[in-house]
Design a binder for this molecule. Sequence first.
Ligand code: ATP
Length: 456
Amino acid sequence: MEEDAATMDKIVALCKRRGLIFASSEIYGGVGSTYDYGHYGVLLKTNVKNEWWRSMLSERDDIVALDSAILQHPRVWEASGHLAGFTDPLVDCRVCKSRFRADHLEERAVGLACPKKPSKLPGEGPDCDLTPAREFNLMFKTTVGPVEETGSVAYLRPETAQGIFINFKNVLQFSRKKPPFGIAQVGKSFRNEIAPGNFIFRTREFEQMEMEFFVPPADAPRWYETWKAERFDWYQRLGIRPGKLRLREHDADELSHYSSGTADVEYEFPIGWSELEGIANRGNFDLTQHTEFSGEKLEYFDQPTGERYVPHVIEPAAGADRATLAFLADAYDEEEVEGESRTVLKLHPRLAPVKVAVLPLVRKDGQPELARELFAGLRGTLQAELDEGGSIGKRYRRQDEIGTPYCVTVDHQSIEDRTVTVRERDSLAQERVGAGELLGHLAARLAAPWKSPKLG
Ligand code: ATP
């Protein structure tokens, strides 16, 4: 077992080879830092989002769901501060034409390098010629209406959170919730990032999973602590190794002006420790701003006490793509099995794109027919796949590489006694199970507690 088998190059190669994620617009030469998700990638990212929804909705009763529009009134972005403040000062190099974030240069951030060899930090090579830092708005601007000149300006949302704040009143009216309660949303966000890169870690179009939790002001510090712990724990429950996760509290000079506390859940990606999710205590900033800009009072009136207040907000903001990358990196492994090397994604069974593959050993003697019958009995309940072609070894490798926890093999004996072998991805242990018990057997094993076998 090799602790650090996962490199970014290997993950990218595996994702392409097995149809999880590939570069977008490839037949036109690519468009740079934009990715398309293939079949297994869709299943994997959907599982990540479903686990997030499960933790927000099914496992609690104080959060409701929302799906707000990507195009919103332009005033939303004035109120939120994105129009004025959503900028990253940038530095260009006149020689190599590369662009760097001024804050990254200042921090001498991990992975920062002048593209000219021998590799040096930007500005430190003999020919480097950097411009002063310049402001650059990260929002994508577009026009609503068919004629550009007369249409009105709109922005693609750079975060999902504002859609939640502007619906605070609607939700309060129909949901019969009172603080503390939350509104959760998953959806696409767009940022004209200056330095996208590292595969799906930073792209210009990405999916966020955000929840705004509204609380009585005095309770905000306590709820901030609760959500930090809960979100940190979520990644561990889904199998991320504890040693690869940390919670980093922002220093006072890193905080936005309205935030009284922000912490990042960080993961040790192959590129080093980086943000996976941010949890912030945003105070009453957002509701107050939207009240001011819209003229609509966004507050809570507590009938029994006659108390009126603007709730404070605790926000856990995660990225679905970045989380998917963390789960992939944590799961990726290479090992020797009986003298042969195999690549395997040791994903938590809940995240695995396919839960079970049914494989007839040979394509004759009634084996494909029995395999199809078993597959038909499983697929309504579990994400299942039938794979009939090629050598059994190759089919096992393929399932290992997409992280399928169980392979069910139909062989000669199966035709005689209707038993099959169930092969487990991580231990490679094989067990004989009767066809009639197969679904119950698999469902029980998939629901059993799981921890990463990379922990030894
Ligand atoms: P960073 O410092 O990495 O730019 P951020 O602090 O601006 O991130 P937030 O605005 O807090 O990020 O967004 C919440 C989450 O959304 C991030 O933790 C990350 O998981 C995800 N995210 C943000 N920007 C991107 C991006 N360009 N590509 C992919 N995911 C992103």
